[in-house]
Ligand binder design. Structure first.
Ligand SMILES: [Zn+2]
Length: 428
């Protein structure tokens, strides 16, 4: 054993001593994801997938090194989107497509959307609900290096109640068998809640998603009503803790938001009709808010076309969509903790960075919008020792934009450089 240790040491010193080709990013500005200070004219060195040095000035490359010229742009840690559905994308034909698509369709779609997401600068996403465990399959393929994509923290199938926002059989004719249970993510009791969480563990999920209220895109009448009891939510949360899961709760309506917060969930998604009491409760419980402004804007825009959504969905899109940004502004001002998330999948994959502009329009300073998409979610997901900031020893998960996002936040939508897995996926 001792001899093995010596051999390993010798081998690693040989590797360290060898001239390793490195990637040198010449960055006009570095925003590290933690501090308020912008460092100018820096070289960030990445070797073997990790940041090995951060130096003032533009270091000249050694033989074999690759230089990324971002001298006119800004380098940041890779971004996190805390709410996506990476294996689907809502469209005019979504309702009928749900009867035609199989497992393979969802996985192949996910491969395409994962690439778009990575190219847009997002190196980690939290997938809050799939079908056929497709996001879990995709996560495993990305982790194994088979296909490019962001790191995926996958919920698997979201947990709903009968007729609720993630009941996969809503709107089916009665001739189709449609009585899903906890295995399919549909619960109607505390016992069901526990079983549904344990099933997600068996499925290979990383986290838990519940739908605590109605939602916009489901074939159901209410977008706001509470759809789980506080006892059911608490049973989900306490069971989730046994498995190390955090719990995300989709919630639009005021009552469902409060039940979810009291029930102990970790994040409220959308939070559309959150009132002052809801904000106070969230601060007391330390619950995070993931606003998904992009999705609100998108459904409101599509609803202008009277034929885009099924008739039962359109009034909900008109009711919920325009409300979210105002709620975000109030929640931010009141001091609720916020994490960046878009609900992409509602809206087109690869356009996730629009959220930055909407957050800034809602009153959040650009530097803070960057932090809630980098170090804050990395800490929330217990990944901060690996990523979420630019520091020596961290993974080389990096994104570059032209110009200065603190002067013009829209540059976040024109990503020119993406690095992950020791691979440059996009270069200026
Ligand atoms: Zn969602």
């Amino acid at each position: 054993m001792q001899r093995g240790a010596v051999a390993a040491l010798t081998l690693s010193s040989l590797i360290a001593g060898a001239a390793q080709a490195a990637t040198l990013v010449h960055a006009g500005r570095v925003i590290d994801g933690v501090s308020d200070t912008v460092r100018t004219n820096q070289t960030v060195v990445i070797a073997d997938g990790r940041i090995t040095a951060i130096e003032s000035g533009f270091r000249q490359p050694a033989a074999g090194d690759r230089v990324i010229d971002l001298s006119q742009g800004t380098l940041m840690p890779g971004w996190f989107d805390m709410h996506v559905h990476i294996t689907g994308e809502y469209s005019r034909t979504s309702e009928i497509d749900s009867y035609k698509k199989n497992e393979g369709d969802a996985v192949v779609d996910g491969v395409v959307y994962a690439q778009r997401t990575l190219q847009a600068g997002f190196t980690t996403v939290r997938d809050l609900g799939d079908s056929y465990r497709a996001a879990i399959t995709l996560r495993n393929a990305i982790n194994a290096g088979k296909v490019p994509g962001p790191r995926i923290i996958a919920a698997g199938k979201a947990i709903a109640s009968t007729g609720g926002h993630a009941d996969p059989t809503n709107g089916w004719a009665r001739k189709f068998p449609a009585n899903p249970g906890p295995e399919d993510g549909v619960i109607n009791s505390v016992e069901d809640a526990r079983k549904a969480v344990r099933q997600r563990y068996k499925d290979g999920s990383d986290t838990i998603k519940i739908t605590a209220t109605g939602g916009v895109l489901s074939i159901a009448k209410s977008g706001l009503n509470p759809q789980m009891t506080e006892e059911e939510i608490r049973a989900v949360v306490t069971t989730a803790r046994d498995y190390g899961f955090k719990v995300a709760a989709h919630a639009h309506g005021t009552d469902g938001i409060k039940r979810a917060v009291r029930g102990g969930v970790d994040t409220i998604e959308h939070g559309t009709f959150m009132d002052a009491e809801g904000m106070k409760l969230m601060k007391e419980h330390g619950t995070y808010y993931v606003p998904t402004l992009t999705a609100g804007r998108w459904v409101a825009d599509q609803a202008q076309d009277p034929n885009f959504f099924p008739p039962i969905v359109r009034p909900k899109a008109l009711q919920v969509g325009p409300q979210i940004q105002g709620t975000f502004a109030k929640a931010y001002q009141s001091g609720v903790k916020i994490l960046f998330g878009t609900d992409t999948g509602v809206g087109k994959h690869g356009e996730n960075a629009r959220e930055f502009r909407m957050m800034v329009e809602g009153g959040m300073p650009a530097m803070e919008a960057i932090r809630v998409a980098t170090s804050a979610p990395a800490k929330f997901l217990d990944l901060f020792d690996q990523t979420g900031s630019i520091a020596v020893g961290k993974l080389g998960e990096l994104v570059g934009v032209p110009g200065d996002p603190l002067a013009d936040i829209s540059v976040m939508e024109r990503v020119v450089f993406v690095m992950k897995d020791n691979t440059v996926y996009k270069a200026p």
